[in-house]
Design a protein. Structure first.
Length: 318
């Protein structure tokens, strides 16, 4: 659930499971209906900001309402029974020209000292999602995918930027940070905000850190000639945000990391189930003992009643 980078995790997951990645693809049914109960069933929900967004027709300002989660089923008390695990992520769209609003504050004023800017808005939305899931006691693992860096240099996707790095270029993290200091700082700020937002959560939470390993793969983007990820117009752009979906590619590495996180988060669930099973078994033993004792007492009472009904034995009967 999240933006187009999370959608890449979904697509790779479907491919690794041997399924059609276009199945259950955009804005799947919020009811989370399962097609089959014996196989893992994966759905993707498109939510760029994990919060309500839209265009104000009067002002022509694109806004994000940071105190309204999207999708709405974050607040569904039945979510735990309909969904066994959640994978969430967002970030890239917070850099766009949007206005963040809530009932208390207006955001979007940049990143100057004392300004409640995009990183504060990002952190507030994560806290909102966390609160909704905690409020309704979501029991399954919740995994947050950290910020996947972009590698544009000499501009952005619409200003002549490119990412024509040699394949397996062997760039060090420090060299890339020196060449793209703004993106490196952006990645750190988003991850710092996310970590702070999830601190102390009561959920069964795990972090999928895609930032560090992906920072070292500037060569793995689609680059020039890529179709726009969220456009049906067929427009061709330079894509240095998304990563090539291919066997053994970066998204596949994310999914293998995700599998390890989910496996680790599943251990406490198994332990809880085992404890609950032991508790139920012990209760069953007590009930069986009480039942057997009640039956024995009933049999004893029946014998006494039968003996009393016969009355005292006469001399002739003796």
């Amino acid at each position: 659930m999240g933006d187009s980078l999370v959608r890449q995790i979904f697509t790779s997951t479907q491919c690794l499971l041997g399924r059609d990645p276009l199945q259950f693809y955009p804005n799947a049914d919020p009811a989370l209906n399962r097609a089959g109960r014996t196989k893992p069933h994966v759905r993707f929900f498109d939510s760029k900001f994990l919060a309500a967004d839209g265009l104000d027709r009067a002002t022509r300002i694109y806004y994000v309402t940071i105190d309204q989660a999207k999708p709405l089923f974050f607040s569904d008390p039945k979510l735990s029974s309909q969904c066994s695990a959640l994978v969430l992520g967002s970030g890239h769209h917070y850099d766009k020209s949007v206005t963040f609003r809530s009932r208390q504050f207006w955001y979007g004023c940049g990143n100057s000292t004392g300004c409640r800017g995009k990183y504060d808005a990002y952190q507030s939305v994560i806290k909102l999602v966390r609160h909704e899931l905690e409020e309704h006691k979501f029991r399954g693992p919740v995994v947050w995918a950290s910020y996947a860096p972009r590698h544009f240099r000499h501009g952005d996707w619409n200003t002549g930027g490119s990412c024509n790095f040699p394949t397996r270029s062997g760039y060090s993290g420090t060299a890339l940070a020196d060449e793209m200091p703004d993106e490196y700082l952006r990645m750190q700020q988003y991850d710092k905000a996310a970590i702070k937002a999830w601190e102390g959560t009561q959920l069964n939470f795990g972090m999928l850190n895609v930032s560090s390993l992906t920072w070292l793969r500037p060569d793995a983007h689609y680059g020039p000639g890529a179709p726009h990820s969220n456009s049906s117009s067929g427009r061709i752009v330079v894509d240095c945000s998304h990563y090539k979906t291919a066997a053994g590619g970066v998204p596949d590495t994310w999914v293998r990391g995700l599998a390890a996180v989910l496996e680790a988060r599943a251990e406490p669930i198994v332990a809880d189930h085992a404890a609950n099973l032991e508790k139920v078994t012990e209760q069953a033993r007590r009930y069986k003992k009480q039942r057997d004792e009640a039956r024995a007492e009933l049999e004893e009472m029946k014998k006494k009643i039968q003996k009393n009904e016969k009355g005292p034995v006469s001399d002739s009967e003796e």
